[in-house]
Design a protein. Structure first.
Length: 78
């Protein structure tokens, strides 16, 4: 469990930040002028971009923790 502390903290922080930015950007889009179809399209693109950014930020923490756990298990197996 010791190895999972940093990825869990990073995930929690990134989740909060992405939700705040997502809500803010969608509110900004829907308060702007333009057609509803255009707004929905832009909101979808922004949401997808924010989600992809969150995954890219979180992935290194989880991959590093998984590598360390695997290394410990291989060391303990022999």
């Amino acid at each position: 469990m010791k190895r999972l502390k940093a990825p869990l903290i990073a995930t929690a922080i990134v989740l909060v930040v992405t939700v705040v930015f997502g809500i803010g950007s969608i509110a900004l889009i829907y308060n702007s002028s333009g057609s509803n179809r255009n707004k929905a399209e832009r909101a979808g693109m922004v949401g997808g971009g924010i989600a992809a950014f969150g995954c890219i930020v979180i992935a290194p923490f989880w991959l590093y923790a998984a590598a360390k756990i695997g290394q410990e298990r291989r060391r303990n197996r022999t």
